[in-house]
Design a protein around this ligand. Structure first.
Ligand SMILES: Nc1ncnc2c1ncn2[C@@H]1O[C@H](COP(=O)(O)OP(=O)(O)OP(=O)(O)O)[C@@H](O)[C@H]1O
Length: 210
């Protein structure tokens, strides 16, 4: 998916979080969205996902040259973030069956294969509520990485992952990123070292827009 942001700005009450952001995100690119805590990384990802409206400027989405309206975006988007909740009252298998009714997996991927690649075979019938925070994070990431969606947004993807989990993330993000437009918000170099582009949110703060 190609995303063209033009003079994009977001304000909460009187505070501009970012302003004057013009940038094209192309299919196959991986962009690390960087900045200190509170800089506005999640706000930018939420705006690009269509969940927040920009205060000013525009976002234009297209797939293979065809315009995609913002209302159509959810079907083309996979998103993993600490603030996006899992359905904790379901078992792992129920959760995956529910999820894949709305968001198909990549061709060749099945719920059984996904459970295997998360190393969660023994937890197939366990309630998600009972998962450790690292297991939950692996589940969120696997559902996003292996969704059949051309736009992938990852907010702090290695949150709650131990060293093995970080290596698992690195392997699977590389295995699934080809051809997709990936934006990744991070403060941790191990999460974004593979990205070919960087966007520093603070470059779009404290500027005068006329
Ligand atoms: N819904 C909201 N209403 C008002 N202010 C908000 C809202 N959401 C975020 N903010 C503010 O916007 C600023 C940017 O927050 P954001 O979560 O985007 O930062 P971040 O760079 O992702 O931070 P972190 O690295 O800590 O996750 C913060 O000052 C935050 O308080």
């Amino acid at each position: 998916m190609q995303i063209v942001a033009t003079s994009l700005g977001k304000r909460f009450q009187r505070d501009w979080i970012y302003r004057g952001l013009t940038r094209t995100f192309r299919p196959g690119s991986a962009t690390a969205v960087l900045g200190p805590n509170g800089a506005g990384k999640s706000t930018l990802l939420n705006t690009i996902s269509g969940q927040l409206l920009p205060t000013e400027g525009t976002l234009a989405y297209s797939l293979a040259g065809r315009t995609v309206a913002v209302e159509e975006l959810p079907q083309h988007l996979a998103y993993a973030a600490p603030y996006l909740e899992l359905l904790e009252e379901l078992t792992l298998l129920e959760m995956l069956h529910f999820h894949t009714r709305f968001k198909a997996l990549r061709p060749g991927m099945t719920t059984d294969k996904l459970i295997g690649l998360m190393y969660l075979e023994k937890s197939r019938h366990q309630l998600v509520r009972e998962f450790s925070s690292g297991m939950k994070q692996r589940l969120k990431l696997a559902m996003a990485l292996y969704a059949n969606a051309p736009l992938l947004l990852l907010d702090e993807p290695t949150t709650n992952l131990d060293a093995t989990g970080v290596a698992w993330y690195q392997e699977h993000v590389q295995a699934t990123r080809a051809g997709r437009t990936l934006l990744l918000s991070s403060n941790v170099p191990a999460e974004y070292a593979f990205c070919d582009e960087q966007l520093l949110v603070t470059d779009f703060q404290n500027i005068r827009v006329v």
